[in-house]
Each structure stands twice: as C-alpha cells, then as structure tokens.
Design a protein around this ligand. Structure first.
Ligand SMILES: [Zn+2]
Length: 333
C-alpha cells in the first residue's frame, strides 16, 4: 500500500501492544480494501524491523526494512485467496511447515492469512495445532472480514489486534493524497464503500472508463435483445473482473430499489440518475429482489458450474426479462 501514516492516537493501542510484546496468534478484523490493511503492514514491518522507532514504527533503513520494501523478506509469508476462491489446505500446509524454521533475517517469522474466513474446513483444521502451540520465534496473524465465519476453536486461540474505526473523511483525504481529485475521491467511496485502498487500485486500472462501459452495456441491453445478451455473456464470462461486474450490477439494482422507494438521497450512481429514473418504474419490486438474489449467488453458481458462459447467459437473459417494456419498444432516448 502507498504512503500510509496513521493518526498517532489511532496507532497508540498498537504501539502499546508492540512494546509489551505481541501475542503470537493474532486476529485482525476489518473490511478488505479499507486502510486497515495498511495498519497491518506497518505492524508487521515494526515487528520485523531491527530498530523500531520510539513511536512504534519500522525504521525504514535496516536490512529487514529494505527487504520488505523490495517485497523480498524471507521471514514474511502472506497467504491470500483469489476473489471468490477458498484458501486450500495445501497452501496452508506449506505455510505451517515454513513457520517451523528459524527466522533468516529478523527475530521472528511472520505468517499472515488474509481473507482468513475463506479457509476451507480442512485448511482451518490444519492450522489449529500451530495456533495452539506456535513455534518459539513465530507470529501468525489472521485478517478477516467476517470473523464470525471462522471456526470457534480458531477464534478462541487468537488475540484481537486493536484496529481503529476508519472514518469516511479520513479515507477521502487519503485518496486525495494519492493524487485523486476531491470529486472523484468522493464518487469512488460512494460507489465502492469505505474501501479507499481498493478504490485506488481500481482507479489505477482505469475504473472510471471501465465502469462506464459496463454500465452502458447493462442499461442498453434491454433495448438490444437476446443476441446481444448472449454475446455479452460470452464476453463477460472471460473477464477476470466478473466479481467486480457483479458489484456494479448489485449497486444498480440497489439504486433501482431506492428509486422505487423514493430514497433519492441514497443513490450511488448519480451519473445515471435520469436514465434509472425512467427505468425503475418499469420493473416490479419482486423481480428486482429475485435479480438481486441471483447476482448475489454468482460466486456460488460459478463454483458449482464449470461452464461460466452458461451462468452469465442465464443472468443476462433474466436481466432482459426485468425490463419487458424496454425489450418491446426499445430505448426511447
Ligand atoms: Zn528497520
């Protein structure tokens, strides 16, 4: 993550923990893509550092800090699931073996498991013993969006890291420090929730244009009909950003629901407000709800069905039937 300097007050509880000695088995909870991941980066850097500062940060100069900056630290291992996938037992077995060895550079080995709730049951059981009796010079940190999905036997062995609550204003300010103007910073957080790190990543990947193109496709589809839907299904089933498209569709459906309920002030897709206002009355609340459920289930459908094109075809053909008036008359504008 880029330049992240937390507020000293927010860092204080972690500093205290560092000074008194970090627990060996830790749990941090927070939304992925928020700035909390930055806190964990700082924490692991400080623990691995040869000479942390008085304030509890890594020095930035020692061999450990330099290796971290090059993403080549032999005593750090970060395990993470790909979006929509589980963390498999083999991955964790390797990690459990790795952590048994003596650290090579720093005074400890640091294993971090991001999206820990995505561990399979077998994977979770495989790390249980290590959490129970961690090797002498080792730290294991589980980072989870949904700690409630962790096995109780795992949760009970972990000590929670006191991460601060992130304010929206702080996230907006951070995005602006990364060079994104105020309007776009606000729009990104509105569209993606309080997840500035994720917002920055998407911004750099051309999110604004990409999002516009996806939205355009969705809004135009009812006027274009079945052949266009099948073509789009084929195209989208090949993209690695399918879960992102899902987020976009979910946002669009939620906006239609808000419009139907007159909740104008909560609309997230302001760019398309006029168009949505024309479309929203055409669709029934029940049909919207059904579409919402189907798109929410997309990761499950993809996991159960090896034919991704078929999954997308069903979703997009259903999307057409949401707007029967638009199919028969085409878009009027
Ligand atoms: Zn250092």
């Amino acid at each position: 993550m880029k330049i992240f300097r937390p507020d000293p007050k927010a860092w204080q509880p972690i500093r205290t923990l560092l000074q008194s000695g970090l627990p060996q088995a830790m749990l941090a909870t927070g939304e992925s893509g928020s700035l909390l991941g930055g806190y964990l980066d700082l924490l692991q850097a400080a623990q691995l550092c040869f000479a942390p500062t008085e304030a509890g940060f890594a020095c930035g100069d020692c061999r450990s800090c330099k290796l971290l900056a090059e993403a080549a630290h032999p005593d750090l291992w970060v395990v993470s699931a790909e979006p929509g996938k589980a963390i498999a037992i083999d991955t964790l077995r390797q990690g459990m073996e790795w952590i048994q060895y003596t650290p090579q550079v720093s005074s400890t080995r640091w294993l971090r498991i991001d999206h820990a709730e995505d561990m399979t049951l077998a994977a979770a059981n495989a790390i249980l013993k290590t959490l129970e009796e961690p090797p002498a010079r080792a730290h294991v940190l589980l980072y989870s969006e949904q700690a409630s999905r962790l096995l109780p036997t795992i949760r009970s062995r972990l000590q929670r890291i006191p991460l601060p609550v992130m304010e929206m204003a702080e996230s907006r300010q951070w995005l602006q420090q990364q060079g994104i103007d105020a309007d776009h910073s606000a729009a990104l957080l509105r569209q993606l929730g309080n997840r500035p790190a994720r917002a920055l990543e998407l911004w750099e990947a051309g999110w604004v244009e990409q999002r516009r193109e996806w939205l355009r496709s969705l809004l135009d589809l009812p006027g274009q009909g079945v052949v266009a839907a099948l073509k789009l299904a084929e195209q989208w089933s090949k993209t690695k950003d399918l879960l992102l498209i899902r987020e976009l569709v979910l946002g669009l459906i939620a906006d239609c629901m808000r419009l139907q309920q007159g909740l104008l002030d909560r609309i997230t897709d302001l760019d398309y407000l006029n168009e949505l206002q024309r479309m929203a009355p055409d669709v029934s609340a029940e049909a919207l709800q059904a579409a919402l459920d189907d798109w929410l289930q997309l990761p499950v459908a993809l996991a159960q069905n090896s034919n991704g094109v078929m999954v997308m075809e069903k979703l997009l053909l259903d999307w057409l039937t949401l707007w029967p008036r638009r199919i028969s008359h085409g878009i009027q504008n």
